[in-house]
Design a protein around this ligand. Structure first.
Ligand code: NAD
Ligand code: ZN
Length: 250
């Protein structure tokens, strides 16, 4: 799509959705999942880390891996894509950020009411009774990849505390999913930024937006097939989002 057409659409939009995936945080130094060489799943087996069974089988291995990821996020800064998304909200009547990411870089860039479809690294809870764990998590130097860390225990039932992320085989948090779906169905511009779009049900959101007549734009440095009604901006999220913002709102 020619960016000037998209700029016009953004200027007259009533409701814009930014739907983000791991690629949106890549330029902050947070590894994606599926990218060749740099993706997390090149080096780690998701079945051993990102399922409830994996946690129960080896809580310290799983908790250590998520603590390593959380420390990487704590040390990272929002990049130009997070900042452009936050700024876009001040130019349009309504903006919804729906993320698959478990970091807090959108919030730290200034986005409000971010919908986290896949939970957060920063909201651990008991694996047995579900009680939120509110004590500050340990802060330490970045643990080595693969180091074991014993998870804290729940104050109510002594169960292990687990990361607050959605694992494979688990349902999405219902309120986040319904809010994300409602935004996708209501918006007139839907920006899908830095996601491979293969993890369902999240990947259904661009289709819902398209089905309801929204302009759907994919922003990604790696081209993939899209339908003839969708649009593709090929490039890194920070560059493409900053230039969209400039072109549309000066
Ligand atoms: P992904 O790793 O599948 O895809 C990342 C995408 O980002 C790729 O399309 C890549 O080309 C693109 N990208 C790379 N650098 C970029 C840049 N600078 N700018 C823009 N795009 C860039 O990640 P995803 O799409 O977010 O995966 C979907 C979701 O699946 C994840 O967010 C995650 O929540 C979930 N997931 C969860 C687990 C888990 O531990 N429970 C495991 C795997 C996936
Ligand atoms: Zn408990």
């Amino acid at each position: 799509m020619i960016t000037s057409t998209l700029s016009q659409q953004l200027r007259k939009a009533h409701h814009v959705v930014a739907f983000t995936g791991a690629g949106t945080s890549a330029e902050s130094g947070i590894p994606t999942f599926r990218d060749a060489l740099t993706g997390l799943w090149e080096r780690f087996d998701p079945a051993q880390l990102a399922t409830p069974e994996a946690f129960r089988a080896d809580p310290s291995l799983c908790w250590g891996w998520y603590e390593w990821r959380r420390q990487k996020v704590v040390q990272a800064q929002p990049n130009g894509a997070h900042l452009a998304i936050a700024e876009l909200a001040s130019h349009v009547p309504k903006m919804t950020v729906v993320t698959q990411n478990v970091d807090d870089l959108h919030e730290r860039a200034g986005s409000q009411d971010v919908i986290h479809l896949h939970g957060s690294l920063h909201s651990p809870r008991c694996i047995d009774c579900g009680l939120a764990y509110t004590l500050p998590l340990a802060s330490y130097d970045l643990p080595a990849e693969g180091s074991r860390i014993e998870p804290p225990r729940c104050s109510a039932c002594d169960g292990y505390v687990r990361p607050g992320v959605v694992w494979f085989g688990e349902m999405l948090p219902e309120d986040a999913w319904s809010a994300g779906l409602a935004a996708a169905e209501e918006c007139d511009v839907f920006l899908s930024i830095g996601t491979s779009g293969i993890v369902y049900p999240a990947a259904e959101l661009p289709l819902r937006a398209l089905g309801n007549g929204a302009t759907v734009v994919h922003i990604n440095p790696a081209r993939f097939d899209i339908s003839s009604q969708e649009h593709f901006l090929e490039g890194p999220a920070s560059v493409m989002m900053q230039s969209l913002l400039r072109d549309a709102f000066g």
